[in-house]
Design a binder for this molecule. Sequence first.
Ligand code: ARG
Length: 578
Amino acid sequence: MLTMKKEIAAALADGIAKLGAPTVPEAAEIAAMLEYPPEESMGDLALPCFKLSRTLRRAPVQIAAALADALADVACVQKAEAVNGYLNITIAGQYLLDRVLADIFAKGEKYGASDMGKGKTVVLDYSSPNVAKPFHIGHLGTTVIGHSLKKLHEFAGYGCVGINYLGDWGTQFGKLIVAYKKWGNREMIEQGGIDKLVELYVQINNAISGNEEKCIPADPALGDEARAEFHKLEQGDEENLALWRWFIDISLAEYEKTYKQLGIEFDSYKGESFYTDKMPAQVQKLRDQGLLKIDDGASIVDLEPYGMPPCLILKRDGSTLYPTRDIAAAVYRKETYDFDKAIYVTSAGQSLHFAQWFKVVELMGYEWFDQLVHVPYGTVSINGAKLATRTGNVVLLKDLFKAAIDEVAAIMEQKNPNIENKAEVAEAVGVGAIVFYYLSNSRIKDINFVMEDALNFDGNTGPYVQYTYARTCAVLRKAGEDEGGTLKITAPEEGTLLKTLARFPEKVLSAIADYEPSVITRYILEVAAAFNRFYHSCPILGSEDADVRATRVAITRAANIVLGNAFPLICLKKMEKI
Ligand code: ARG
């Protein structure tokens, strides 16, 4: 649609000039004014003429009528009609067929891609679970939104660095070491893996703070012990360091399984611990610049002039904090990758944290402060229950995936028991269902997870779109080699599908501009709906006329390419057979 918009906009610019406008908007500006009408009967594109009416000193209705004439000779326009101050434009079917198909086939896997980000680097910080704490469904957002944004930026030509900023440092390790020494042993962890670690972590938290429900009295002395063990770790105590590394390895091995199911790989696993020796220089810089204030023994940066609470840099005992580490990490990443943009994907609960330390970076005089972007997302609950992190009352991501995979396997057993690589398909469809359901919503919205809805093969779901993709593959398998023929449009469903396919490149740009993978998810649904309508009303392989058959096979191939290019952008695997 972008090329068509350009052609139309150029003719409109001429038309506007002829109407005697004192200043004529640039063609690009006019192209941006073109809207997609809400209903197909209103055409494929529309130009609202209300804004123009001020400069042209004419009624919008008159302008629309005059501009309709200006489009008379534009190749891609079949019809231009003035309706109530809008200029409604219908694209010629044959044009769509020739140009859109040619474009999709010529670009293939690159259809939808661009070179907008050529020579630019984007660093994305996402997933970043806290080791030893549960990797729960609250992390689904950062993991899949983060990875989708990476894929989208890569598709737009950016060089991308995906960073898993593991929470691999902090007092939780002191707690875990105490718990392990008290209640654990090597064998138990080797067998139980991360689940056992989390169990120990939950147990020690309950023991320190007490748990009324479970009649566990609070034992603050254990908290002191934990702090002492962490202090030993910080001082480089061999035994504690070895335990710490081991805990991380066990956790990472487990995360890897989940990432593999999602098709996610990271370029860097430099976690919080990596920045320990990089913080003092930044703290010193803050001090030298006179930005640090002592407040009740702690060192802070006052952000009152900016309407925010102070940013905590050092605790009373001199230990560093979450923002301190983030500042040091950002400086390191700028020096290492020379990024043009650094994206951080976390829950909206951390928005203040990011706003605060972004401001501190600005006050420190780093001129790249405005390249830092926080991308927040809403909360996830399961059938209404919010997820707690500490008490053990959480839904783990891997359990959610497993439940979906098991259910899909059972459905497949009924529907299609003879399918090859059953396990692989069940995993792709089960995990895909969850990801798709999650990414169907605008990221900032709080969502309630309903498994039945996510897995509904007939709803607007992952299984439905994956099934649609497999359907395009089946048609193409049966169609065999292209036989050629004169392509011609004979049914409205063909045109609608082509127009939908033509919008993919714009959707990619808009998903990037808004950091919003749901744009792609919803677009995939539009393509699936248009394809299925086409599939049900237009016989493809069964059509008598060789040209009609060739046209429909070509359109199916185009839909297959677009869906195939779009799926990986939202962590969805494509299966040729389901
Ligand atoms: N580990 C943190 C958490 O689970 C998220 C880290 C986000 N990234 C960052 N640079 N602060 O809450």
